[in-house]
Design a protein around this ligand. Sequence first.
Ligand code: SAM
Length: 284
Amino acid sequence: MSPSPVPEAVAALPPLREVIARHDLAARRRLGQHFLLDLNLTGRIARATGKIGEGTVIEVGPGPGGLTRALLMEGAAKVIAVERDQRCIEALADLVEAAAGRLEIVEGDALEIDTASLGGTPRRIVANLPYNVSVPLLIGWLEKAGQIASMTLMFQKEVADRITAVPGGKSYGRLAVLANWRCQTRKLFDIPARAFTPPPKVVSAVVELIPYAEPSHPCDITALQTVTAAAFGQRRKMLRRSLGGLGVDTEALLKTTGIDPTARAESLDVAQFAMLARAFVSLP
Ligand code: SAM
């Protein structure tokens, strides 16, 4: 079989720095723009994305297209990239042409687009996320996790630690409960600030989230969000106090679940939060 011509056409494109200069892509802080130009790193992230030769890779915020190029070079069958900066969309035009039908750009705000429904299955989401919208985007994808095969996402290291945290630690909170309730999570590797142009103030890390076919412990995600928000909103208080804001009989709620009313949120595991969420919706 003759090799696919797409990687050759992509490899023949001018270097990313040239594309950035030609399109005057000065990074905009309000769009969380820190571009990754290191081909070793973009290749590593693309390879960590899993089986991209089938289905759709959904990339949020391609910027000048470093990670997008790597995905195509690593054999992605179809990439749909969502970008809101018109300058980047213009800069991506040559890559769209080189990709010969394998790259589609959707212009718009990923917070407003149903990104988890783009393209055919299996859908893999990959992104060097704009830091200012990374957590709301992740929560949105957790709500639609049944439509997603995997997520390979770059966050500030502190956020990556919060996603993969286990009970008892200081990073453990609402984000860890929601993420691990719906997905198997794993921190893959750190990326130093100097790898980006311009460098951010903090270290970044790549996290893999693989949604379970069904949530690990059945419960309604909205109830889980409500219960964890109350419990971790006052994380130093005992549950009998911190859950007071839920507007239900806290004593009855804790009694139904058998959870110690003097425990604090950080000591509860995902299964216990799911029990609280189920009890919360069943109470009068
Ligand atoms: N993927 C590129 C890379 O690795 O070099 C750029 C990553 S940069 C951290 C984040 C990108 O997301 C920027 O291109 C920015 O314009 C885009 N972006 C920011 N907010 C967005 C939003 N709400 N929806 C879609 N794209 C957004």
